[in-house]
Design a protein around this ligand. Sequence first.
Ligand code: NAP
Length: 296
Amino acid sequence: MILIDCKKISENKIESIKNEIAEIESKTGLKPCLATILVGENPASAAYINAKIKKCAQAGIQSLHYKLAEDAKKEEIVSLIETLNASNEIDAVLLQLPLPKKEFEEDCINAINPLKDADGLCPYNAGLLSLAKNYKNLLDKNIPIPCTPLGIIHILKESGAEISGKNAVIIGRSNLVGKPLALLLLLNDASVICVHSKTKNLKEICKSADILIAAIGRPNFINKDYIKDGSIVIDVGINRIDGKITGDIDFEDMKNLDIKLTPVPGGVGVMTTTMLLENTLRLFKQNRLNKKSAGG
Ligand code: NAP
């Protein structure tokens, strides 16, 4: 087993974003700004927000943080989002999920202006992703793309994996990971199968994968019986057991296999926060920079 160095891939990406921002700032005096919203006191969510704010500073992105109480009403969250939507200084708005009240999530995500949608999760941007003609065309449009799937594509490309023509199997079909990842892999010419809790013959399908991505949320669910020799295995899972973070892949069972694997922690999660910077930069270019160069 070879571990993919996602931290290194992430550092290189941050460096290139930082250089691009420095160059833009030296020419225009402008730099991107991300607004983050945390509702409630969930320690994992607070830790994610802190990591995101820290990375923004590293890349030269300004960040503004807003905190709402655990019992905040939906109207209060939406009203804050609308204020941030209206600000000329803010390029991107990130609402940290999950919200304390899960039933608020859809309406709150939909309240984010699609042109400021840092996570690329609102229906308009999901539609643009599903209608994209090819990957280059998608990137050229500077639209935001869901951070975890985008980070996974970046990991695959930077670790030298061939995607075109390969069999990719994704375990999980969420709007956050599985579905957008299936589209991104298709745009990169993989043959994609998306499996889920109702799938029959899960093991056999997974074993056919040149690229296997586990986004299930069940600790150590995937053992060596699911794995094809020579494959690339991406572990998206973040599961907490006795205060320790573990993935969906049974790490110990992988040790003697001929595979490349992303670690947990320090794998996909690291790239997810880095891709938030990429999305913020895209929205900044699309909104403020293009307007300025067009004389707006
Ligand atoms: P989710 O919405 O709960 O989706 C889980 C998916 O796994 C569902 O599609 C579900 O199938 C499928 N599944 C559950 N049990 C299964 C089984 N026994 N066999 C086959 N499929 C099964 O979760 P998510 O938001 O996509 O996140 C998945 C995991 O990734 C979680 O651990 C989460 O914490 C982690 N995550 C990590 C990052 C990161 O940055 N590293 C980002 C996002 C999420 P059904 O649709 O049939 O229910």
